[in-house]
Design a protein around this ligand. Structure first.
Ligand code: LER
Ligand code: MN
Length: 281
């Protein structure tokens, strides 16, 4: 059975103890889990977060936030090392919180665009660096799930096929693929085929509408998405990842300049969950 989660970026532009009261609300909405974005590993309060998970009854997944100073394909060895340190810290936190999925675009900084396509040298750096991270994750019982982003957020991996290629080159059981319907809707020719062809590599899904609003309210080909997930007998997480303009840091990063869902964040969560649950059953 698939599980249903929601990314806290919907309500908060950072994660620390101030976010913990959100857990009860997420549980009351009927989610199985919460996805924690890890900005600064040093400010995650493991004990308090574990307690909030326990008292809300929620499970947890974790996701990466990578900026220019955390980039595993960078020419600069110090920036590559900083990315590795960050990813290892996040794997440790995931392990301690009980998250067995650490997801996101782990291969590069979000928003890094260089005016050309990726080079073989950068690919080799990704394979080398992320192989080391997969080995570390494996020792901690965490799976890394790597997410293609649309062309306006990265030049490195835009489609599922390339994420699978990276997973094949890394060839480690703890290195898998994470697909996000928002990015797929921009880049893939056929969402059904892209998910189906990802096959056994698929370990995590972000459900998001084409405008980053409420799943089910726009033009993502949900029939194709759910047909593929059913045919794969997908039993991983379906996490709603949507954004609202009120969360300024996220709105700026994701270019959310209007009220996409008139009902706001809670309506995205409640009605989005009804939609994905009804389609996944
Ligand atoms: C992260 O999951 C994602 O989808 C990115 O677009 C965040 O900027
Ligand atoms: Mn995503």
């Amino acid at each position: 059975m698939a599980k249903f989660g929601i990314n806290l970026l919907l309500w908060s532009g950072s994660f620390d103890n101030k976010s913990l009261p959100l857990f009860k609300k997420v549980a009351d909405f009927g989610f199985d889990g919460v996805e924690i974005p890890i900005f600064d590993p040093s400010i995650v309060d493991i004990k308090a977060t574990k307690e909030a998970l326990k008292s809300s009854g929620l499970e947890v997944t974790t996701c990466a936030i990578l900026g220019d100073d955390r980039d595993i394909i960078s020419d600069d060895p110090a920036i590559r090392e900083n990315a590795k340190k960050y990813i290892k810290d996040c794997i440790d936190i995931s392990h301690e919180l009980g998250s067995n999925i650490f997801c996101g675009p782990l291969y590069s900084a979000v928003g890094k665009l260089v005016g050309r396509s990726r080079t073989a040298e950068e690919w080799d750096r990704a394979v080398e660096g992320l192989s080391e991270m997969a080995k570390y994750a494996g020792e901690k019982g965490v799976t890394l799930a790597v997410e293609p982003l649309n062309r306006f957020e990265t030049y490195f991996i835009n489609i599922a096929q390339d994420a699978v290629k990276l997973a094949k080159d890394i060839n480690h059981p703890n290195f898998k693929v994470h697909l996000d319907t928002f990015h797929m809707n921009i880049e893939e020719k056929d969402l059904y085929k892209a998910i189906k062809n990802t096959g056994e590599y698929l370990a995590h899904v972000h459900t998001c509408e084409n405008d980053r609003g409420r799943p089910g309210s726009g033009n993502v080909n949900w029939d194709g998405v759910f047909k593929a997930l059913h045919e794969l007998n997908y039993n991983g997480w379906l996490v709603i990842e949507s954004f609202v303009p009120a969360i300024e840091a996220i709105a700026k990063a994701a270019a959310i300049w209007r009220e996409i869902e008139p009902g706001g964040a809670d309506v995205i969560a409640k009605e989005g969950l009804n939609f994905i649950k009804s389609r996944m059953q």
